[in-house]
Design a protein around this ligand. Structure first.
Ligand code: ADP
Ligand code: MG
Ligand code: MG
Length: 918
């Protein structure tokens, strides 16, 4: 039996979007729901595939070439070849016969005949793939018109003006879309005619003008192609082929690449042949688009536009200003009611906000297409929550409708769209949020200006880890070099600072402290605004709108909390981070890095002395005052998180990060000598700094290794933590404190630092204060050996937490900073890696290790708590994976906490299955 390629709207299954395309499926569905849809049929995507099949290999090669966005000459040549190839193809066997049969049926249904000079049937021939690719492919309207049938149409409708309006549109469209003639030829002819007849808008052109347009358009076709085909069947055949071909229009190819529409998502286009209805029959006719809810705000009211005396493409083309749907309601209350009912019916059936095309022909409403609407993040969240409350969808369905990205986008300040500002440059949107500040060009200046209470934007050519203090001081970061994974971008995202990186048009001169672009020069102190959501850079202050956990998002996240298995904590180091984390719904702190508490100068100074000390006594002398200073910070954070766990990680980074660089000390020595000062101390410092230098600090003397060599260090840090907790308990608070040891590779390291540092501190504080402390002690898992020896380690600790950043470095043997800008981008390009493993957990390698270690940990110590505190804790795809493991909770940066709550719920609902599908 030959393949069946063609289906009537009445007979097909609307759920099969792959076969019928989204548009076709919607026509089937609307017909079967009883809405008024002009009759028609669908040629399947299968037919399109078979159409291309004979030259598939060559076509694929040209597509691949075009996907790479080659230079214009190469591109145009490739397009020419591709189209010539496709134009030489015949319709697949049996298709045309089927089309003829279905056309006959259509003729019977509507009581008109295709090509009949008395009573002609006209159709539209419309593209439509499995996923909507708005405007990317082609559609021809009014097909079936020729010099004879146009007269029949005029007679039938008693409206000659309308008939010729339809005809001039058709000849134009057919020439442009089917025959591939440059539309400028038609549009300039049309403009001349409008001018000649003094027509301001299209409907003002009189009948003679329309007739003239038809003749001129046919003449254009004659010159470019040959005689305009008068035979409607030939028109139909050519139009079907042209719609097939439009699957491979350059814009459709680019769109598929950009939107990652792969053949398993959508492969080829269907063709919808639909009886024409006419919005251009007069002032009681028109065409419009309506959304079932406001797609900007989410409000539950119809939202859309209507254009009288018009056909479909007029609305999008924007040649005339349409009327608001509210105006439509006033003018045509009955039609509005019918439209409202239909749209809401579709919303219910499809369980989502609908985007509906409709046409009114002489007071009669027709539905021409529906699909799920695209919305702003705000509207997405609000409509999902509202629909769940109205019972249109379940809470779980609502949770799946909102993407974690939407949540993130809702939490950052945005440029006020009403401001209509023009950017001076565009870079990469490295870290979301829009801010204004005064330009500074050096991190130290950022710190100084910020101390004076100024808002600054730190502009650098590129940034180094050394600049990080400037990051914290600045309200935003701007660089002229670097990519999405550059240091500036990574750090900015981690600390939730807006950043635009790689804005190459900017010439930043750090020494001269100027930034210039297009002849405009900005100096230190000049105001600029950056938008980390779009990458735009503006001169001056552009107003922004502040972020908030809107009530609907709050409600949605409370549903997420009911559903999810994974706990969500925050990585927070400072009181303000902790407060934000709690506000965003974190159930505790999964990682508090002590390091950031040393940023204050007097503390850094003491810490340096501790590090540089050569004896235990000397170290203790400086640790005593230092720990007292830290205690206050701990108290503050524990208080904010009262009743919720706070995991404090003992000091982790390589020690040299806290010390001056040898060159700097040398410089100081020279300066002191020149000034005739004593340099003995400085020279001692220099010798010590040199002695502490390491060949590979990331793998050197850091983390628990420092605790082992200097147990007193861990003693005093633990003491600060324990005293803070004890004092709070006495004050009636309920601190829940846990201490975490970093960089462990052997269980004996844990035993040793517990024995020599942590436990003595806890015991001493308990003895001195009389307060009983229940402090859990755990370890990070960030070395491969810790993961592999989990059977031993898990017995020794109350909790473990995967530090997936370092673990990823260790498993890959990649140094992150080098990897992310030297070769990972290329690895991604070459598909050696599917994703940056520092952003999305590498499931096959690192994930396997996490899974194994987490399972082992639970086996040997069922009470053990298992967390993840690397950046992956805030990455949705990674969260979907953790759902499938023995991990109990994830810890994310405060701004990512809401997103993590949602992703954890989605992971639960989908059983972690989403990670596989994506
Ligand atoms: P697109 O995918 O670009 O929206 P469509 O196939 O939906 O293309 O059609 C373009 C326009 O023409 C739309 O506004 C549509 O509503 C209108 N249209 C399509 N078919 C018909 C028809 N049979 N009668 C009246 N208008 C139509
Ligand atoms: Mg459409
Ligand atoms: Mg680490």
């Amino acid at each position: 039996m030959p393949k069946k390629y063609v289906y009537d709207f009445e007979e097909a299954d609307y759920r099969n979007k792959k076969l019928f395309g989204g548009k076709g499926a919607s026509l089937i569905q609307m017909t079967q729901l009883g809405l008024r849809v002009p009759p028609g049929f669908i040629i399947t995507t299968e037919a399109c595939k078979d159409f291309f099949a004979p030259r598939r290999a060559e076509i694929a090669e040209l597509e691949a070439l075009l996907e790479k966005q080659p230079p214009p000459e190469v591109r145009d040549q490739a397009i020419g070849k591709l189209f010539a190839l496709i134009n030489g193809l015949d319709l697949p066997q049996g298709l045309w016969e089927e089309v003829l049969q279905h056309m006959r049926r259509l003729e019977e249904k509507v009581g008109r005949k295709f090509g009949d000079p008395e009573n002609p049937l006209l159709v539209s021939v419309r593209s439509g793939a499995a996923v909507s690719m708005p405007g990317m492919m082609d559609t021809v309207l009014n097909l079936g018109l020729n010099d004879q049938t146009v007269k029949g149409l005029a007679k039938q409708t008693g409206n000659e003006w309308f008939a010729y309006d339809a005809y001039r549109r058709f000849v134009n469209m057919f020439g442009r879309i089917v025959l591939g003639i440059d539309d400028k030829l038609f549009s300039s002819a049309w403009e001349e005619i409008k001018k000649k007849y003094n027509a301001k808008e299209d409907p003002d052109v009189p009948l003679e003008g329309l007739k003239e347009a038809v003749e001129r358009f046919k003449e254009i076709i004659r010159r470019q192609y040959g005689e305009f085909p008068q035979d409607p069947w030939e028109q139909l055949k050519l139009a079907i082929k042209a719609v097939f071909r439009s699957w491979d229009s350059p814009r459709a190819i680019f769109y598929r690449v950009a939107e990652k529409i792969t053949p398993d998502v959508a492969d080829c286009t269907a063709v919808n042949v639909v009886t024409m209805v006419f919005g251009n029959m007069g002032w009681d006719s028109g065409t419009g688009v309506v959304f079932s809810r406001d797609v900007a705000t989410g409000e539950n009211r119809l939202y859309g536009e209507f254009l009288p005396v018009a056909q479909g493409e007029d609305v999008v083309a924007g040649i005339r200003t349409p009327m608001d749907i509210e105006e439509f309601r006033k003018r045509f209350p009955h039609l509005y009611d019918e439209l409202y009912k239909g749209v809401k019916l579709l919303e219910k059936a499809n369980k989502d906000v609908q985007d509906v095309e409709f046409t009114v022909e002489r007071g009669k409403l027709y539905f021409l297409q529906c699909r799920n609407a695209k919305m702003t993040p705000l509207a997405r969240v609000k409509t999902a929550v509202d629909m769940a409350k109205e019972g249109v969808i379940t809470k779980e369905e609502a949770l799946l409708k909102v993407s974690p990205d939407h949540v993130l986008q809702l939490l950052y300040p945005r440029i006020d769209p009403k401001a209509k500002a023009q950017p001076i440059a565009k870079g990469l949107p490295a870290s979301p949020g829009a801010v204004s500040g005064q330009l500074v060009f050096h991190p130290d200046d950022a710190v100084r200006w910020a101390r004076e209470g100024k808002k600054v934007i730190l502009a650098r050519v590129e940034t180094k880890p050394d600049d990080v203090h400037g990051f914290y001081a600045a309200v935003g970061i701007l660089t002229s070099r670097g990519g999405m994974t550059s240091h500036a971008a990574v750090v900015a995202r981690a600390i939730g600072k807006p950043a635009v990186v790689g804005a190459e048009a900017l010439v930043i001169d750090e020494a001269a402290k100027t930034m210039s672009v297009g002849g405009q020069v900005f100096k230190e102190g000049d105001w600029v605004t950056i938008d980390g959501n779009t990458g735009n850079v503006y001169a001056g202050v552009v107003p922004t709108v502040e972020p908030e956990l809107i009530p609907e998002l709050e409600e949605l996240l409370s549903w997420a909390d009911e559903v999810r298995r994974l706990g969500v904590r925050a990585n927070a180091d400072l009181p303000e981070d902790a407060a934000l984390a709690r506000k965003f719904g974190a159930r505790g702190i999964g990682l508090l890095r002590i390091e950031r508490m040393f940023r204050k100068p007097e503390r850094l100074d003491l810490l340096r002395k501790v590090i540089l000390a050569e004896t235990r006594e000397e170290r203790v002398k400086h640790l005593e005052p230092l720990y007292r200073m830290l205690k206050g910070d701990f108290k503050e954070i524990f208080k904010i998180m009262d009743g919720l766990p706070v995991i404090v990680r003992l000091i982790d980074p390589p020690l040299h990060e806290f010390l001056p660089k040898p060159e700097e000390v040398l410089q100081q020595i020279y300066e002191a000598k020149a000034a005739g000062r004593d340099t003995k101390e400085l020279e001692r410092l220099y010798a010590r700094v040199k002695a502490l230098q390491e060949a590979n600090p990331m793998l050197g003397h850091r983390g628990v290794r420092v605790g082992v060599t200097y147990p007193e260090f861990y003693y005093y840090l633990s003491r600060a933590i324990a005293e803070a907790a004890a004092e709070l308990k006495k004050e009636g608070h309920n601190p829940v404190v846990e201490i975490m040891i970093p960089q462990v590779s052997d269980v004996r390291e844990i035993r040793y630092v517990k024995e020599k540092g942590i436990l003595p501190a806890l015991r001493d504080v308990e003895k001195e204060t009389g307060v009983r402390l229940e402090v859990k002690i755990g370890t990070m898992v960030e070395t491969v050996r810790a993961a592999l020896t989990m059977d031993q380690i898990a017995k020794e600790v109350d909790f473990i937490s995967f530090g997936t950043n370092d673990l990823t470095q260790a498993v890959f043997s990649f140094s992150r900073d080098d990897a992310e800008n030297k070769f990972i981008p290329q690895y991604l390009d070459l598909k050696i890696l599917d994703a940056d493993p520092f952003e999305t957990l590498d499931v096959a390698g690192v994930g396997k290790l996490v899974e194994l270690a987490a399972r082992t940990a639970k086996e040997v110590n069922p009470k053990i708590e298992v967390g993840v505190c690397g950046e992956h804790g805030g990455d949705p795809k990674s969260i979907y994976f953790f759902e499938k493991t023995a991990v109990d909770y994830v810890s994310a940066s405060p701004f990512r906490v809401p997103l993590a709550r949602l992703a954890a719920a989605q992971a639960r609902i989908l059983g972690g299955g989403k990670a596989d599908r994506e």
